[in-house]
Ligand binder design. Structure first.
Ligand SMILES: [Zn+2]
Length: 277
């Protein structure tokens, strides 16, 4: 299956591909109007606007480094996942967006292995049933995703950080795909580049996820970006990864809409290559 991901309501209605992911709420803090008949994507703890307005709410390390757009390795602000008011508001928002159908969660975990070590997280971990911090973080995120799922009637798709190495999703983000098997209805992995000058890493990551998640009965979608990749290059990348997934979704803007349309047309009329995993 092939679909598009867009934040443009007009493109979302352009009838290209078999499904649409619509960026309803993004990591800037922008809140949009959800659409019917699409998968509405909601940014979870990525929210630059709130971090800018109230830096104390950002996830932080033991050294006081905050998850802000200015911090190396971070491209947006990330709220501490145990912030009770934010968490409650986020679940309400997911419920509201979910009234329109399926929901995709983006930025659903901690923003890196060193986060969050704020006073509240330290206290919650210390008084928890866990001796292992990774286990506590994973339980925190799993509980949130379960609550999100309970708030909606449609499917829930969870975005995973593109690191299939065993144990790394737990250590980085507190996300455990195995623990989410009974909760999530789909996993999505972004494998985005600007132009895909090289593609070996895309295939390697796709293959790694197929290995790691292959035993789970959950559909897997890979997301490709298209901003500076031509049709041939994007068709080639798709060809390399599609046998590892159930679907491919293309990040789509007005400027590359025709490229994506042509790629989906060409892949839709081709026979997928089968690859041993
Ligand atoms: Zn915290």
């Amino acid at each position: 299956m092939y679909g598009i991901l867009t934040s443009d309501p007009t493109l979302a209605r352009a009838d290209v591909g078999e499904f649409v992911h619509f960026v309803t709420d993004d990591v800037s803090g922008r809140r949009g109007t959800p659409l019917d008949g699409v998968v509405n994507a909601v940014a979870c703890w990525g929210n630059t606007e709130i971090v800018r307005d109230d830096p104390d709410r950002a996830a932080t390390t033991t050294k006081g480094t905050r998850a802000t757009p200015e911090t190396e390795g971070h491209h947006w602000g990330t709220i501490c996942p145990t912030d009770p008011d934010y968490r409650a508001g986020l679940l309400d928002r997911i419920e509201t967006v979910g009234d329109n159908g399926d929901v995709r969660l983006t930025t659903p975990g901690f923003p890196g292995g060193g986060f969050c070590r704020c006073v509240r997280c330290e206290r919650q971990f210390a008084t928890s049933e866990f001796d292992d911090r990774v286990a506590w973080r994973t339980a925190t995120i799993t509980r949130f995703v379960r609550e999100a799922k309970n708030r909606i009637t449609g499917d829930l798709i969870v975005t995973l950080y593109p690191d299939p190495y065993p144990g790394n999703l737990r250590a980085r983000a507190g996300i455990d795909p195995q623990a989410l098997e009974s909760v999530a209805d789909g996993f999505l992995v972004p494998l985005c580049s600007i132009s895909y000058e090289t593609t070996y890493w895309v295939e390697s990551l796709a293959r790694g996820f197929a290995h790691e998640l292959g035993d789970l009965d959950i559909p897997l979608t890979f997301q490709l970006s298209a901003s500076e990749a031509g049709v041939d290059r994007l068709v080639d990348v798709t060809h390399q990864i599609e046998s590892y997934a159930d679907a491919v979704v293309y990040g789509t803007y007005e400027g590359d809409f025709e490229t994506v349309r042509e790629v989906i047309h060409r892949r839709g009329t081709a026979t997928p290559r089968s690859q041993p995993v």
